[in-house]
Design a protein around this ligand. Structure first.
Ligand SMILES: Cc1ncc(COP(=O)(O)O)c(C=O)c1O
Length: 397
């Protein structure tokens, strides 16, 4: 066996010494350098007080965005940090005009609920209707069916790049090419792609892309991002806005005059502590190399699927590697209880009713850890160790 060079990064993540960490689809492992970065924030605040803004803090929403940019094929100055993806997508939604005949937004039934809530509830107030494309199997979304829903009435296609429930990779390049032919714009929710599969906004042909650092980018909560193409930043500005989107925020002018570039997508005062933590993970991911991360992810998810299939478990991850993201869910008997027992044994996974045990290896995962999770499930079922969680098993997040 050739040694796995990505395992050299294990030392960057202290939690890997203490448990089998297979839940980077929910919260990526914390880089060892984060406490120092947070201490830097605290020290600056303590010692410099309000001058910390000018020293460092005002620059951070775009400075941290520059750390993300290479991971999505964007250029420096094109990515703005946002508080969360729901807010970032709402910001995109607020920027467009929905007067007839361009009054339609196309989404899918497998987009993340939080993003759907934003569109379902805000879009009608802006004069738009939302058309939701169905899935045949609850796992994937057929790109042709999605294309068929995009027509001359479509203003925006707001869809996930990788579906959160099944890790299905939507053929977004095909959808974006069709959207362009129809004169529609595309806003991608790339939460489950950036950091685990290569993403190139220009190759895809997206107009907007949002994501967050807390999962595959190991950047912690509170660091989400919005990329808008330079053309979008020139032609559109959000109505969901704030003073940092102003060209001269410190002039405190009563009338809005939007900044150019990514800054115009910002809102009010940013959550600075989160931004200190946010860039550490992306830096390591860039160093590890996204192509190598993807190749390893394909190998380890294939291994998991083989092990689960050999035991007859129902697997809800795409069989085709080109459609499969980083997570494999498989349904075992007494899944909720088995998950509790796995957690008790320091095998950190999560569980979703209907999908089963979700396992998300990342670049720092060993092959032995992949084998371990399935081996532990075997043992838990064989010995009946799951039974002690019979009345206490809950859905874990
Ligand atoms: C695909 C996808 N979009 C959006 C979100 C939620 O975004 P936020 O909480 O940053 O609004 C998640 C969270 O898991 C997600 O998986």
């Amino acid at each position: 066996m050739t040694p796995d060079p990505l395992l050299a990064f294990r030392g960057e993540f202290p939690i890997l010494e203490r448990c089998t960490y297979l839940v980077s689809n929910s919260l990526g492992a914390m880089p060892r350098s984060v406490p120092d970065r947070l201490a830097e924030y605290v020290d600056l605040w303590a010692e410099r007080g309000v001058r910390a803004w000018a020293d460092a803090w005002w620059k951070m929403p775009l400075g941290v965005g520059d750390e993300i940019a290479p991971l999505i094929g964007a250029r420096a100055g094109e990515v703005a940090m946002m508080p969360n993806v729901s807010n970032a997508q709402a910001t995109v939604l607020s920027a467009l005009d929905y007067s007839a005949p361009r009054d339609t937004i196309v989404m899918t039934e497998l987009d993340f609920p939080s993003v759907r809530y934003v569109y379902d509830h805000l879009a009608p107030r802006l004069g738009a209707r939302v058309v939701v494309v169905k899935s045949d199997d609850g796992i994937g979304i057929d790109a042709d069916r999605l294309c068929a829903a995009i027509d001359e009435r479509t203003r925006l296609v707001a869809i996930s790049h990788v579906l959160f429930r099944s890790a299905f990779i939507v053929d977004v390049a095909k959808v974006a090419a069709h959207a362009r032919r129809m004169g529609a714009l595309v806003s991608l929710d790339a939460f489950h792609s950036v950091g685990v599969i290569p993403v190139d906004v220009r190759a895809i042909g997206a107009d907007f892309l949002t994501g967050g650092v807390l999962k595959w980018l190991c950047g912690g909560p509170g660091g989400s991002f919005l990329w808008a193409s330079p053309e979008m930043s020139e032609r559109h500005a959000p109505t969901l806005t704030g003073w940092l989107a102003h060209a001269r925020p410190f002039a405190f002018e009563p009338e809005m005059d939007y900044a150019t570039g990514a800054a115009r997508w910002l809102g009010g005062t940013p959550g600075i502590p989160a931004l200190y933590a946010a860039s550490e993970g992306p830096r390591i991911v860039r160093k590890a190399g996204i192509e190598a991360i993807r190749a390893k992810s394909v190998r380890q998810t294939s291994r998991l699927m083989e092990l689960a299939a050999a035991r007859g478990y129902r697997v809800s991850a795409p069989a085709a590697v080109e459609r499969r993201g980083g997570t494999v869910a498989f349904d075992v008997p007494h899944g909720a209880e088995v998950s509790q027992e796995l957690l008790a044994r320091d095998v950190v996974i999560d569980y979703r009713p209907g999908a089963g045990i979700r396992v998300a290896p990342h670049f720092y995962t060993t092959d032995a850890e992949v084998d371990r999770v399935v081996g532990e499930v075997d043992e838990i079922l064989r010995t009946g160790a799951w039974e002690r969680h019979r009345n206490t098993a809950r859905v874990v997040t």
